[in-house]
Design a protein around this ligand. Structure first.
Ligand code: ANZ
Ligand code: ZN
Length: 813
């Protein structure tokens, strides 16, 4: 009897050896083709949960497979470590964010090592360390030089009682998280990146192998709308402006306008509001200030507004229409003003019903009877009540109305994007300081590159209000102007942490490099990332910003490619009792405990087995024990003595076929990132081998080769036990440096037999079937055969007789 397998001991042994040998260190001077395998780096929350494992394990399996396929695989790891949680923890537990974060890094590093992944630890990056954020600041300077960074006023959440800026997360139901005072919005000078310059390019995913779901979300995020800007005549004694411009995607409905709505923040509101309406307008503006844009646009929210008292003229027909304000119109989109066409827009219809505004149908539904519409008609149709355009299909009308407006100077075709510039200023401590200085004489001055990094001071006082302590740190704020040497003040905002993660994958290519953010030669070798995996929740922000950075760098001539991630894949989530795991539900699975119980390989194999990787699956403790028992059976298969008798050609052929078939299946499934069926196929193979072993009809040499092939295919899934079994077979270290097995199509083919199908003894069909077909399969195929079915109609099969490899006889009454 072989000794029982001890996963914990074996796993530790190999992990130590792999680390000592730097087995997974990837260098650039390999003759093999490169493969950059990347998983979104974890945030330093402190603990690795099962979701992290689910992100890492199948990705590691694939990277290992690529390595066996002859690629020079680089799989780096690091920590996203700036951000609000560290600061909150600091305030709550009175611990410095740096200490809190670095403690977490240490714990998570230890936990990550238990995964037994092929991480190249020499490439670790930690975004909160000066050696890293120095280059984050460098990127800021580059974007500034390129005209892609600018300063402008933008609203922030403000608590009037704490007198402090609040992050979005700190506004709970419109109130301050600390004192529950309703928050307001306040304008502050902040830094933006001109990501909108890249709107069209970011919408385009040509040549990328990305999930359609994600590319669609990115296109929506860019939100390109074709339409027209139309000006309405304003004749108001208190405003010198003579027109108000709207943006519409439906110029074909211009004759159906019965009102106009301005965003409450629209600069004309104050000027055109008549004295009798002023109180109502002011109250409305005040109310809408407490809502976020998302709330304002929500379809569930009631659309309301107030009348300003002023009218504008629709120039195409001379109609006067009232000007309202309503907070479903956003100041930041289009022109901040909308022409209301209730007949053909759902929101406008609701608005018109509520305030008894007229509804004029200008696009006829088919077989329109001329009666008032019950709901907005938003589809295509023929134009009516539209002057010279009557009778024209509205699709054509869209173009024609634009031409008409342009001829008269009343409007023009335009394109609008939902995408906004990226606001990167954070009024926080735990982030990379923005490397800018304000000088009384010279104005805004960038910190010279040679003075980077602008270090975050250590000695700061945290204020519970949430405002950046940097503002009150005299030593930090007061500096000298790099241009004139006079007194100057530093920018006290820090950068959005999404900046740190927008380029970390570039840093991995040469993490120690100190002449720039990356060594251009190494970068050229590794980039782009061949397979990027991570959660679908990053569809827009992180994946979007990373693409922007890459494109901006390309346009600065620093790199020569424009897309960072060739292939993208999003894993699903692991649930427990059909619910997302959460502390409050008490259904959290802790990887550390599992590893202690059954070992890493079993957890790895189980995570891959629970379901297709992109769909996730249900965690089940007994499933995990099953996996652990399977690995034990594999152990026994290898280590319990094999005593061959005389080899049989038939058994050897069966073994050969099974091996080639399984190799083919596993290879193709790994290529599709379908790891659940890979594990299932390995299990099936081990069962077949166990049966064949009993027959003792396989030669000793052939048996040895078979075990080698099996170990190789097990290696990406369960790298430790595979390494141990490989060593036991007397093979050279390391299994992870070998070649993936190949298969032969011919040898993988099933042998074919001809089955005769009879009904009540009469020959009805001959069927070609694989030699190894089971009795149940043979009977089922026979009963369902098209030639046989007519003879079974209305009758019941009494017995079905199977003569293996020869015949199925169906007896019916
Ligand atoms: C008149 C009209 C008639 C409209 C009709 C639609 C249907 P997207 O596709 O999102 O670009 N709109 C324009 N600016 C707005 C703003 N700042 N806030 C809220 N809504 C705004 O939608 C553009 C449409 O949304 C525009 O076309 C305008 O309403 C409205 F039968 O103009 B439409
Ligand atoms: Zn100066």
């Amino acid at each position: 009897m072989a000794e029982k397998y001890n996963p914990q001991e074996t796993e530790k042994k190999w992990q130590d050896k792999w680390a000592a040998d730097r087995l997974y260190h990837a260098s650039e001077d390999s003759p093999k083709p490169k493969w950059y395998s990347l998983t979104m780096f974890p945030y330093t929350s402190g603990n690795l949960h099962i979701g992290h494992w689910y992100a890492e394990v199948p990705a590691d399996c694939f990277a290992r497979y690529k390595r066996l396929r002859g690629f020079n695989v680089m799989r780096p790891v690091g920590f996203d470590s700036f951000g609000l949680p560290a600061e909150n923890a600091a305030i709550k537990h009175n611990i410095h964010p740096r200490i809190w974060t670095l403690n977490n890094v240490e714990n998570m590093r230890r936990q990550l090592k238990t995964i037994g992944a092929m991480f190249d630890w020499d490439r670790e990056v930690i975004t909160c360390l000066p050696e890293y954020y120095k280059w984050t600041q460098w990127f800021f300077l580059k974007l500034y030089e390129a005209g892609l960074a600018y300063r402008a006023k933008a609203p922030v959440n403000w608590c009037p009682s704490c007198q402090a800026v609040l992050a979005n997360e700190q506004v709970v139901d419109g109130t301050c998280w600390r004192c529950e005072t309703p928050t307001t919005r306040r304008d502050l000078e902040q830094w933006f990146f001109r990501i909108t310059n890249y709107a069209d390019e970011l919408k385009d995913h040509e040549g990328l192998d990305w999930p359609e779901k994600i590319t669609a979300m990115q296109r929506n995020w860019v939100g390109k709308s074709y339409g027209a800007e139309v000006s309405f005549a304003l004749d108001c004694p208190t405003a010198f402006e003579k027109e108000i411009k709207v943006f519409t995607t439906r110029p074909d409905t211009i004759y159906g306008v019965t009102f106009m709505v301005l965003a409450p923040e629209h600069p004309l509101v104050e000027k055109i509001t008549t004295p009798e309406n002023k109180a109502a307008v002011d109250a409305y503006i005040k109310k809408s200030r407490t809502c976020t844009e998302i709330e304002r646009l929500s379809t569930e929210r009631e659309k309301d507004g107030v009348f300003t008292g002023t009218y504008v003229t629709n120039r195409v027909n001379g109609q006067k229409v009232p000007v309202w304000i309503g907070d479903y119109v956003l100041q930041s989109y289009g022109t901040g003003a909308v022409m209301g066409v209730p007949a053909h827009d759902e929101r406008d219809f609701v608005f018109a019903q509520k305030y008894h505004l007229p509804v004029i149908t200008v696009i006829a539904p088919s077989a329109y009877d001329g009666k008032p519409l019950e709901v907005a008609y938003i589809n295509e149709g023929v134009m009516l009540n539209s002057g010279p355009f009557n009778g024209m299909p509205n699709t054509e009308g869209k173009e024609k109305v634009c031409d008409y407006l342009a001829e008269h100077g009343w409007g023009k075709k335009t394109v609008n994007y939902k995408l906004r510039d990226w606001l990167i200023s954070r009024q926080r401590y735990w982030g990379a300081p923005i490397p800018m200085v304000y000088c009384e004489k010279c104005g805004i001055v960038p910190v010279p590159e040679k003075d980077l990094p602008v270090l975050l001071p250590e000695d700061v006082e945290f204020r519970s209000g949430g405002e950046s302590p940097l503002k009150y740190n005299e030593g930090f704020v007061n500096t000298i102007c790099p241009v004139c040497g006079g007194k100057a003040k530093r920018e006290t905002d820090t950068m959005d942490t999404f900046m740190c993660s927008s380029w970390y994958f570039l840093r991995y290519t040469s993490p120690g490099y100190d002449k720039g953010p990356f060594d251009p030669v190494k970068l050229k070798y590794w980039m782009p990332v061949d397979l990027y995996t991570g959660g679908a929740e990053h569809a827009v922000m992180h994946l979007f910003y990373s693409r922007f950075f890459t494109k901006a760098l390309r346009d600065m001539g620093i790199i020569d490619f424009g897309e960072p991630f060739k292939k993208l894949f999003n894993q699903g989530i692991i649930v427990s009792n059909h619910q997302k795991m959460s502390k409050s539900k008490g259904n959290v699975v802790t990887p550390d405990n599992l590893v202690a119980e059954v070992g890493t390989d079993a957890v790895r194999a189980y995570l891959m087995f629970v379901g297709p990787w992109d769909q996730g699956g249900e965690w089940n403790d007994s499933g995990l024990s099953g996996m652990s028992r399977w690995l034990n059976r594999v152990w026994n298969l290898f280590t319990e003595e094999y005593a061959p008798q005389t080899a049989s050609a038939e058994a050897e052929r069966e073994l050969e076929r099974t091996l080639h078939q399984t190799t083919k299946k596993i290879t193709m499934d790994i290529e599709r990132l379908r790891f659940n069926t890979v594990v299932a196929a390995l299990m099936e193979l081990s069962n077949s081998l166990a049966k064949l072993k009993e027959t003792a009809a396989i030669s000793a040499e052939n048996w040895q080769n078979t075990l080698q092939t099996f170990a190789l295919m097990l290696a990406p899934v369960a790298p430790h036990i595979a390494e141990e079994l490989w060593a036991n077979l007397g093979m050279e270290y390391s299994i992870h440096n070998q070649n993936w097995p190949t298969w032969d199509e011919e040898l993988a083919k099933d042998e074919v037999i001809t089955l005769i199908i009879q009904v009540n003894g009469k020959l009805r069909e001959r069927l070609e079937m694989p030699a190894g077909i089971s009795e149940a399969e043979a009977k089922e195929t026979a009963l369902n055969s098209e030639r046989v079915k007519p003879h079974l109609l209305g009758k019941t099969p009494v017995t079905v007789i199977y003569v293996p490899g020869k015949l199925v006889n169906i007896v019916v009454k």
